[in-house]
Design a protein around this ligand. Structure first.
Ligand code: SAH
Length: 248
């Protein structure tokens, strides 16, 4: 009896082990499992940063839906291969062409600042790696993201193929994207002046988040609201440092 029990237990354990092995051999599963702990660590750091910056961010909190979007986006696929091991560190990383993928906390904060309901048409200026667009994807209806460096636009387009509500456009986002305007939300992930075209292309009742200030210096993350009668108000929150928003 005792021996039968032991044999049964052994069989059960080997079945579990072989099921795990199978998971590991599926590329999708392997990618996610290998980074699970790092992603959890990233989420803890993001939560900590929300608490530490609360006095500068108008009490913005990390919502369940935004946390879930970050937690289910494979950031390691958005960084160059040699940086994959530190993909989930809470810091910006180089993606080539003198550009960066933003720090995870800033991605979380900007996403939260947009106050998405799920039905929005969003414009992102500065596709970069495509990570921010991928985080926005499950939280809205459609993301148009525009990138001025053709090589970055091409690789992001390729990488984002599995996300079916994201369209990557190659071009100058300082001019917006009139053919798909108006936008319920606009997110600018490069720092500089507020582009007049973006104010025009923001829908009444819409919201934009943008780092405003001198290029290559400290900017202020700024939330801009357009009321239903077209009145613009703006509120500067956290000091940040973004790569320059090019005008041409
Ligand atoms: N959102 C990105 C990070 C942005 S880095 C991510 O998640 O990885 C800023 C990007 O803005 C760079 O790739 C830069 O080339 C791009 N950029 C700068 N000025 C631009 C402009 N006028 N139009 C479109 N893209 C611009």
């Amino acid at each position: 009896m005792r021996r039968q029990l032991m044999t049964g237990l052994f069989l059960l354990l080997s079945m579990i082990a072989s099921a795990n092995d199978q998971d590991k051999h599926s590329p999708e599963k392997k990618g996610l499992d290998d980074y699970e702990q790092q992603r959890q660590h990233m989420m803890r750091e993001i939560r900590r940063d929300f608490i530490e910056t609360a006095s500068h961010t108008n009490g913005l909190r990390l919502s369940k839906s935004v946390a879930e979007a970050l937690n289910s986006t494979p950031r390691h696929r958005f960084v160059p291969a040699h940086l994959r091991e530190i993909a989930y560190a809470n810091r910006p990383l180089n993606i080539g062409h003198r550009q960066t993928i933003s720090q995870p906390f800033i991605v979380a904060l900007m996403t939260e600042g947009l106050q998405l309901q799920g039905c929005e048409n969003i414009l992102e200026i500065g596709t970069g790696s495509g990570y921010q667009a991928a985080v926005l994807s499950p939280l809205c209806k459609q993301v148009y993201t525009i990138e001025i460096v053709p090589e970055l636009a091409a690789s992001a387009r390729e990488r984002l193929q599995p996300w079916n509500n994201i369209e990557v456009v190659t071009g100058n986002g300082y001019l917006g994207l009139p053919e798909h305007a108006p936008f319920d939300r606009i997110i600018v992930t490069a720092g500089g002046d507020i582009p007049p075209a973006l104010l025009e292309q923001l829908a009444p009742g819409g919201k934009m988040i943008i780092p405003v200030g001198p290029v290559s210096q400290i900017q202020f993350l700024t939330v801009i609201d357009k009321s239903s009668d077209g009145k613009i108000t703006q509120d500067s929150i956290l000091p940040v440092r973004f790569v320059p928003l090019r005008q041409r």
